[in-house]
Design a protein around this ligand. Structure first.
Ligand code: CA
Length: 224
């Protein structure tokens, strides 16, 4: 079955071009030319991925994303006209999975779409677990001994990456790249900060020791 992509983009020429290319690659595409109708369509569900422009009439892409994330974890790739770090960070913080700066090469967009779809479908069905901690990626849920734990998007993504690499030591840089993105501009100590959040919600709250610091190297999640 063809994967369905929602394209929310007010530049009609660009939208039409992207639609043609995506059709050619075998994707089914629906278009919305403003934020409000884009949000409506996205909330209607049934899409495997959303391509979302940031500068949109009626409702900005960021606002669409914010409202969409209250109800849906559909992968979202933001399209940003400006090469603005602020937009990217804000987008990723609001729950975007990736972003691409306009103008972009269609090959790059296709590669990012494939990656986003892969992340969504891939090993997600295998429950990720360490000790009494279980992550259900599909449901975006983390439980410890069956008790559900509330995590922010960033915390969840970081834990997800640690679990996918269980028993493997990951450097701060590797975690930053995987969770915040290669172009992240900021401090590597963001990783330390979020590790601290995770520890307090998981290890400390449940009397566990799952997240380990490897001095001078980075972090690893494993049973003690
Ligand atoms: Ca626009």
């Amino acid at each position: 079955m063809a994967e369905r992509i929602l394209l929310v983009e007010d530049e009609e020429k660009l939208a039409r071009m992207v639609e043609l290319e995506l059709n050619y690659e075998g994707y089914q595409v629906e278009k919305a030319l403003d934020g409000r109708s884009g949000l409506e369509l996205a909330l209607g569900g049934g899409f495997d991925l959303v391509l979302l422009d940031i500068m949109l009439p009626q409702l900005s892409g960021m606002e669409v994303l914010r409202r969409l994330r209250r109800e849906s974890q559909v992968p979202v790739i933001m399209l940003t006209a400006r090469d603005s770090v602020v937009d990217k960070v804000a987008g990723l913080d609001s729950g975007a999975d990736d972003y691409i700066t306009k103008p972009f090469a269609i090959e790059e967009l296709l590669a990012r779409i494939r990656a986003a779809l892969r992340n969504k479908g891939g090993p997600a069905n295998v429950p990720l677990a360490v000790g009494p901690l279980v992550m259900d990626v599909e449901k975006h849920q983390v439980t410890v001994r069956g008790q559900s734990v509330e995590l922010t998007k960033k915390e969840f993504d970081l834990l997800h990456h640690l679990l996918e690499n269980k028993n493997r030591v990951l450097s701060r840089e590797a975690l930053l790249d995987a969770v915040w993105g290669f172009d992240f501009v900021g401090e590597t100590n963001s990783v330390d900060v979020y590790i601290r959040f995770l520890r307090s919600k998981l290890d400390d709250a449940f009397g566990l020791k799952l997240i380990h610091t490897v001095r001078g190297v980075g972090y690893v999640i494993k049973e003690e």
